[in-house]
Design a protein around this ligand. Structure first.
Ligand code: NAP
Length: 641
């Protein structure tokens, strides 16, 4: 928590001035604070710099200071809930320009100025509450999405149990403990919309802070009493005669148990099954070999010869951490990552910012609003494929080419003193083809170290002593680290799901997982997924936003059951199929859908099975509430044939 006696001048020095001015409008009730000459001018890579001259910034600070002092001395808020025209003006101002009217409701809902949001479960009528109490839900997983589902179900008054294979909550933030692991989405946005954290120590905090946050939310909402830890869900089977899911669990002691629930929500995530590549000889290496998500802290890397396979988001974070400790580091790269310049990636949140978030009413909302709006559709136009693009294959359109040139120049500047590295650190695939990482210089700094070698020769074999590359060299090492990602497109792997008529989900998918809005599949009534197929995002927003939308929709489906007295809700096949045709078609229009890109976003058939190809606003709209026409609602259980 920030110090209550913070020097105001110091706090104002670190303020995001547009957000602060919006807060001043709440204090004064005077929209005149949003002066045209104080409107921020952001640029794509400016990451929040309002582009105001230093003397203008100083003037703003001078003028707002007495207003804030008066408020802190016991003043009251003149306009806690501005009317819509005022809100629109505030949004335009903080966003740095007119925000299209189509976004207004979406953004107003996200910041929940009035304290109310469409994501709050709508179960307030006594009859509904009563019906909700009769439902039971089983949630698989207590990571970010499972904890969220638990919060919302408890608010709705629905009985639920969460089954988690790990001994604690946190999911990815519990499991990934590799050195340097941190969030790559601004933390003041990568947090539940209803649980802001004013004390994030860094803009992109390290893993222990994320884990602390999710543990804190689970504790605040008293979720632990609902969670069975160290228990696996092995299979689910829909009991048609009774319209319940029969769920087979296996505890840590190996004991099996069957439980029943009206509905099941999978919150198992996409990035939880490590992928160790199928390279000849894998497994023969005699020294310690492990994946980034299964980091062995008992293996001391100090003074060792270490090989890292993979240069994706995980390796990008741990390589700079281990490079100074090891004797020698060989980084095996198949494809370089795009690093977007973010100089403050590892920086602390200034104490002044924490203080403002905590003490200045609505500053936190507007600060989040700005972060949210900048990334809502912010980068999307720059990764959009131009129709009929016949420019270089290193880009998918004019804007994408412009972005490429900007980012490539930033990378090139970093290796000006090492021209040998240049051809290997600027990707040839379009920006946005894969997840870009955040660049504050430490990655290329590590690759430039004298004890680090970037190897781009393809790997042909792994031997008991090391890694052999196509040029025949055997690179002998003591420790082998896999930063090779996850089997993301194998959704729900390891979980047997038998739906209506004993239909198997994995056989239905045949390796090509699809769902309606990423959540529901025909033939699998009352079964929902959070962060399911085609709900991942590449350059915009945060997955927490998606999970919040999904949970709202799922709770809406439960509400439909409660309202109608139906026992089962099942998406219609034509609705599901038409949606998937739209998704596939739209995914072709983005950098990640380019035929020149291979990534974990595509499944074995080359279909983009991970990504949402529309705007955040489209997911928000589509998930506001289930349309009963999209579903078959079954009142009585189907007769058993
Ligand atoms: P990843 O992005 O899938 O990267 C895997 C790396 O391993 C790639 O460089 C890949 O090369 C390489 N690779 C795979 N198989 C290989 C083989 N047989 N030979 C040589 N190289 C091989 O995995 P990740 O780094 O674990 O990240 C996965 C996702 O997790 C990210 O995209 C992100 O969404 C999330 N993540 C987020 C953060 C964060 O900052 N919050 C941190 C870590 C991860 P190719 O590119 O050529 O396939």
């Amino acid at each position: 928590m920030a110090d209550a006696d913070m020097d105001l001048d110091q706090a104002l020095e670190s303020a995001h001035l547009p957000a602060l001015l919006a807060a001043v409008v709440h204090m004064t009730g005077d929209g005149g604070w949003l002066r045209p000459e104080w409107t921020p001018t952001y640029t794509p890579l400016s990451r929040g710099d309002p582009g105001l001259a230093p003397e203008v910034q100083a003037q703003i600070r001078r003028e707002v200071k007495p207003v804030i002092e008066a408020y802190l001395a016991g003043g009251s808020l003149r306009t806690p809930s501005p009317d819509r025209p005022t809100l629109r003006r505030m949004m335009d101002f903080v966003g740095g320009g007119p925000i299209p009217e189509t976004y207004a409701d979406f953004l107003i809902d996200e910041i929940a100025i009035s304290g109310k949001s469409s994501k709050d479960p709508q179960f307030e009528q006594p009859k509904l509450k009563e019906a909700a109490r009769k439902l039971s839900v089983l949630v698989i997983g207590a990571g970010m999405s499972g904890v969220l589902a638990g919060v919302r179900l408890s608010q709705a008054g629905v009985r639920f149990e969460i089954v988690e294979s790990n001994p604690d909550v946190g999911g990815t933030w519990l499991v990934n403990t590799y050195p340097g692991c941190r969030v790559d989405n601004s933390n003041h946005m990568y947090s539940y919309s209803f649980e802001p954290n004013h004390a994030w120590p860094q803009h992109f905090s390290p893993q222990p802070e994320l884990l602390k946050y999710f543990r804190g939310v689970a504790a605040k909402y008293e979720l632990k009493k609902h969670i069975r830890f160290e228990t696996r869900v092995e299979s689910l089977a829909w009991d048609e005669a009774r319209s319940v899911w029969r769920v087979e669990l296996r505890g840590k002691d190996g004991r099996a148990e069957t439980v029943e629930a009206n509905a099941v929500i999978s919150a198992v995530g996409q990035l939880n099954k490590p992928r160790v590549p199928q390279i000849e000889g894998v497994g023969t290496f005699e020294g310690p070999a492990f994946h980034s998500a299964e980091w062995r802290h008992d293996v001391d890397l100090a003074g060792k010869r270490v090989a890292v396979i993979g240069t994706g988001a995980s390796a990008y974070q741990f390589v700079p951490e281990i490079a100074p400790k090891v004797a020698n580091l060989k980084v095996f790269q198949r494809t370089p990552p795009w690093g977007l310049p973010v100089p403050h990636y590892h920086e602390d949140v200034p104490e002044g910012v924490k203080w403002l978030l905590e003490h200045i009413p609505f500053y936190d909302k507007w600060y989040r609003f700005w972060l949210f709006w900048m990334t809502t559709e912010g980068f999307l136009p720059m990764v959009k494929a131009d129709e009929g693009w016949n420019g270089p294959t290193t880009a998918v359109g004019e804007a994408n080419l412009g972005l490429r040139e900007m980012v490539a120049a930033a990378l090139a500047a970093q290796v000006a003193d090492r021209p040998d590295l240049l051809p290997n650190v600027v990707p040839t695939y379009p920006v946005g083809g894969k997840r870009a990482v955040l660049d504050n210089g430490v990655w290329l700094g590590a690759l430039k170290r004298p004890n680090v070698e970037l190897i781009t020769q393809p790997i042909t074999r792994i031997t008991p002593r090391g890694v052999v590359t196509a040029d025949g060299t055997e690179h002998e090492v003591d420790v082998l680290l896999y930063g090779t990602g996850f089997t993301a497109s194998k959704f729900l792997s390891g979980l047997k799901v038998k739906g209506r008529g004993g239909r198997d989900l994995h056989e239905t998918w045949a390796g090509d997982a699809r769902a309606y809005l990423g959540m529901t599949v025909p033939g699998f009534p009352n079964f929902f997924m959070i962060y399911g197929p085609n709900t991942n995002i590449v350059v915009n927003g945060s997955i927490i936003f998606f999970s919040e939308c999904a949970v709202r929709y799922i709770v809406g489906c439960l509400r439909l059951l409660a309202e109608t007295g139906a026992k089962a809700i099942e998406v219609k096949p034509d609705v599901h199929d038409a949606f998937n045709i739209r998704v596939d078609d739209a995914n072709k229009g983005w950098a990640w859908g380019s035929p020149n890109v291979t990534s974990w976003y595509k499944n074995e058939f080359g279909r983009v099975s991970q990504n949402w190809p529309f705007g955040l606003i489209d997911y928000w709209r589509a998930s506001l509430a289930p349309n009963p026409d999209d579903f078959v609602l079954t009142r009585e259980p189907e007769p058993v044939s």
